[in-house]
Write a protein that binds this ligand. Structure first.
Ligand code: 5GP
Ligand code: MG
Ligand code: MG
Length: 179
C-alpha cells in the first residue's frame, strides 16, 4: 500500500468485479444502440478504460475535460470546459462515464450541455457516488459503489494530481493535507 494511504476502501479485485457486472448490464442495455461513451477527464480514465472493455457491443469513445475543483478538496462551484468533445452528440445515445459524483454540480452542468446538443439519450455511469454530499437532484443511472463522506484517491482520483495511478481506492492520511 502507498505510504500516504490510511485505508483501502475498495481493493483492485472488488473494483474489477464491479466493472465486469456493470459491463454486462450495459452490454444488455446498449445492444444495437452504438453508444457514444464519454470519459470525463481526468479522473474517469481508468474506469472508462476498464469499463468499455467489459462492454460487449459496438460503441464509440470520446473525451471531455471539465474543471470544478483545482487542487483543493472542495468544489469551487464553477464549472469550466477545458476540453470539448470531438464528436457530435446529435441523435446519439450518450453514456457519460464518471469517477465520482459528489455535490453533482459538475455533472448537472455537463448533462444540461449534452441534452442541449440534442443527444437521443444521456445517461450516467459512475464508479463512485457520495449521495450524502449532493446539493443537486442528480442520480446516476448506473453506479459502482456508494462511498462515505471522505476524500478518496486512486483509480483515477487525485489529490493535487497525485495518486491517480493507484489500482485501488483509498482514503488519504490526514497529514498529507496539512503538509
Ligand atoms: P461534484 O461537482 O460532484 O461536487 O464533484 C465532482 C468532481 O469532484 C469529481 O469528478 C472529482 O474530480 C472531484 N471529487 C469529488 N469528490 C472527490 C473525492 O472524494 N476525491 C477526489 N479525488 N476527487 C473528488
Ligand atoms: Mg470526474
Ligand atoms: Mg481532482
Amino acid at each position: 500500500m502507498h505510504e500516504d494511504i490510511r485505508e483501502v476502501l475498495l481493493s483492485q479485485e472488488v473494483i474489477q468485479q464491479k466493472v465486469r457486472e456493470l459491463g454486462q448490464q450495459l452490454t444488455q442495455d446498449y445492444r444495437d444502440l452504438n453508444p457514444l461513451c464519454i470519459c470525463v477527464l481526468k479522473g474517469a480514465f481508468p474506469f472508462m478504460s476498464d469499463l468499455v472493455r467489459a462492454i460487449d457491443t459496438h460503441l464509440e469513445v470520446d473525451f471531455m475535460a471539465v474543471s470544478s475543483y483545482g487542487d483543493s478538496t472542495q468544489s469551487s462551484g464553477v464549472v469550466r470546459i477545458v476540453k470539448d468533445l470531438d464528436a457530435s452528440v446529435e441523435n446519439r445515445h450518450v453514456l457519460v462515464m464518471e469517477d465520482i459524483i459528489d455535490s453533482g454540480l459538475t455533472l448537472s452542468y455537463l448533462l444540461e450541455l449534452l441534452r442541449g446538443r440534442n443527444a437521443a439519450s444521456v445517461k450516467v455511469v459512475t464508479l463512485l457516488d457520495k449521495p450524502s454530499r449532493r446539493t443537486t437532484g442528480l442520480k446516476p443511472d448506473y453506479c459502482g459503489f456508494e462511498v462515505p463522506d471522505a476524500f478518496v484517491v486512486g483509480y483515477g482520483l487525485d489529490y493535487a494530481e497525485k495518486y491517480r495511478n493507484l489500482s485501488y481506492v483509498g482514503v488519504l492520511k490526514e497529514e498529507v493535507y496539512s503538509d
